[in-house]
Ligand binder design. Sequence first.
Ligand SMILES: Nc1nc2c(ncn2[C@@H]2O[C@H](COP(=O)(O)OP(=O)(O)OP(=O)(O)O)[C@@H](O)[C@H]2O)c(=O)[nH]1
Ligand SMILES: [Mg+2]
Length: 264
Amino acid sequence: MSAIENGELEVTDTDGLIVAITGPPGVGKSCLVDGILHRLTPNNLVAVLAVDPTSPISGGALLGDRIRLSVLDDKTKADSIYVRSIATRSSSGSIPSIVRGLASHLLANNFDLVIIETVGAGQSEMRCAAIANRIIVVEGPARGDGIQAEKAGLLELADLIVVNKSDMEGAERVVNDLTVSLTLTDDAPPIIRTSATKGDGLDELSEMILHLDERVTSRRARARQQLLMAHENILILNPAFEAILDRMSEEGLVLEEALRLLNE
Ligand SMILES: Nc1nc2c(ncn2[C@@H]2O[C@H](COP(=O)(O)OP(=O)(O)OP(=O)(O)O)[C@@H](O)[C@H]2O)c(=O)[nH]1
Ligand SMILES: [Mg+2]
């Protein structure tokens, strides 16, 4: 375990660029990250933190497999890239703090950009995204059940929406649906189309990442997630937490009393 994971490393707020790339499983996030790395390195030092190895698409494949990036085969680029997988299965409560610690540490050590790839499905993953100061939500052609990101509550977090797999049927329909769902939003995020496998739109996306404006709506949504996370951490780090859980499960301690004990 590293110093960061042991909580020994002091975490400071940094001004550096932390971009979360989030969206439903299998939508093409890793392929997009690969395409971005091809374009932004070696001129920029870029770190990728991949959170959540348990996506249904990969069936929880080994960590190494999930973030196989073709860009790492290019020796002229590999030296300016740092890649790290972070499992969410264990101790999910502490994952966002680990990611935050790592990201700040990397930015303090000359990295220009930290990309957090996360599936926008669970609460822990949402909170990892909220650590970022810019959030890119990736959508793909609907599988007959509407806009996934909308259902997952991700749209309010987005500073940019990428509709990937634009080479596939149905992508344009998703762009239209997204445009409609955002019509009532004052500061709606821009929407761009990409095909990570064909390379379409990747130049534009890579350029946008470095100069992305922060939306007011997104800043507030992130602040909300960050507050919730900080609050939850206070609870989890309370030395009495485990003992109180024991008493709730074994002695029938009621919730109100448990809360009172935790606040003592
Ligand atoms: N046709 C098409 N296929 C794509 C595109 N981008 C990615 N794919 C394919 O979609 C599959 C999933 O791509 P990934 O990049 O692993 O998706 P992901 O969002 O990172 O998946 P998880 O991390 O498991 O959530 C792969 O088989 C890719 O080849 C695209 O633009 N067009
Ligand atoms: Mg992936």
